[in-house]
Design a protein around this ligand. Structure first.
Ligand code: PLP
Length: 397
């Protein structure tokens, strides 16, 4: 018999993954070029050549026992120091190696954070729509995820609603900027308001409330949108970063946490996070990848391709009368469903070989997420299907 917790997960297995599997089946049936799979946030721009070269150089020149060996649970010290210095240059921060922990992607980092912070019944606030895995990451440690809906139509977090949702039990608030699934970038004014609320609630309740910044899409921004570095705005911030999207390395499982010295109970939080990394079974982040990302620290994916997809798709869909949030970051387009039932809309789309993810997968029905990290040709080829979908929606309205 499996555990009750897993029973729940078995029944509600990720709709995103389900759509992805469906897309693969359809591609086998109709030919990949005739299926427009916008389901998964899997980068389609290859990793920069410098990353591949770094891996080859490491294997050719570095000590094999060092490259493949165990290390401190927090990761190689020289790697952490290089990343800290790069962050300091970019965001005027003051981190050292001992503020960083290398992680198994953002997912691994968030699990380490919640394992470190949560007692059973502690609350973690997330702004909906949000990446649904947060639910699992919080309940893994018997925490409770509390949803606070974003203000529409901009899909920005509301400081007022946040203020009302915070209780004595609130241990953390998670922010994902740039946002999956909306593609919205939260500007500095919004961050400042959130910081004010958190500071005043910490005083009111005499508690520590940690702001967890989940930022796998930090570098994926368009039109010069600025993504504030949250440690500069709120003392009790922990940053979870990932190279999955910025360097197109999602399968390599590499990222890091930044735990600033200024946060409450820093030494014990950092020490506990290092132990959490070990006892969750990660032991340490993948060693070769740690060394590779440090060598390629100044590299970034070429966002030209995502930007071209973004502009083309946004123009195409709004031109057909669909209501979309203009994405400023990540590689997702968030669209209102013209029919009342989003599942009905997704089914209509699927019949035209358009694979979309329903908004309920992000706790926000009435919308769909379109992941445009696909080839430009896929976007162009999908036009006819979108046109037919728009016509079909007109007919049933
Ligand atoms: N957080 C958000 C908002 C994501 O979209 C994802 C992946 O899509 C993750 C975390 C997990 O990222 P990683 O592959 O680095 O674990």
């Amino acid at each position: 018999m499996i555990s009750q917790k897993m029973e729940g997960f078995l029944q509600n297995n990720s709709a995103i993954r389900a759509m992805f599997e469906e897309g693969k089946k359809m591609a086998a049936l109709y030919g990949a070029e005739n299926v427009y799979d916008f389901s998964l946030g899997n980068p389609n721009v290859p990793a920069p050549e410098a990353v591949n070269q770094a891996i080859k150089d490491i294997l050719d020149t570095e000590d094999s026992l060092l490259v493949h060996g165990y290390m401190s649970n927090t990761g190689y010290e020289d790697v952490r120091q290089m990343i800290a210095e790069s962050l300091n240059k970019r965001f005027q921060t003051n981190f050292q190696a001992q503020n960083l922990i290398m992680t198994v992607g953002a997912a691994g980092g968030l699990n380490v954070v919640f394992k470190t912070l949560l007692n059973p019944g502690d609350e973690v606030i997330a702004f909906s729509p949000y990446f649904l895995e947060y639910n699992a990451y919080v309940t893994n440690y018997d925490g409770i995820l509390v949803e606070v809906p974003c203000d529409t139509p901009e899909f920005l977090p509301s400081a007022e609603k946040l203020s009302k949702a915070i209780t004595k039990k609130t241990k953390a608030v998670i922010i994902n900027n740039p946002n999956n699934p909306t593609g919205v970038v939260y500007p500095v004014e919004v961050i400042k308001k959130i910081a004010e609320v958190l500071e005043s609630k910490e005083k009111e309740f005499g508690t520590d409330i940690y702001l967890v910044s989940d930022e796998p899409y930090r570098e994926l921004v368009y039109d010069n949108a600025e993504v504030p570095y949250l440690t500069n705005y709120y003392k009790n911030t922990i940053v979870g970063y990932s190279f999955s999207k910025s360097l197109s390395l999602p399968g390599e499982r590499i990222g890091y946490l930044v735990i600033p010295s200024e946060i409450s109970d820093f030494e014990r939080v950092y020490g506990a996070a290092a132990i959490a990394t070990r006892i969750l079974g990660y032991v340490n982040a993948p060693s070769l990848m740690q060394r590779a990302v440090a060598k390629a620290i100044d590299e970034q994916t070429d966002i030209f391709y995502y930007d071209r997809n973004r502009k083309t798709l946004y123009h195409m869909l709004t031109g057909l009368g669909f209501e979309c949030v203009k994405p400023e970051g990540a590689f997702y387009l968030w669209m209102k469903t013209p029919t009342k039932q989003e599942n009905e809309f997704c089914e209509m789309a699927k019949k035209l070989h358009l694979i979309l993810v329903p908004g309920s997968s992000f706790q926000c029905p009435g919308y769909v997420r379109i992941a445009y990290c696909v080839s430009y040709e896929t976007i162009l080829r999908s036009q006819k299907a979108w046109e037919t979908l728009a016509e079909n929606c007109q007919k049933i309205r």
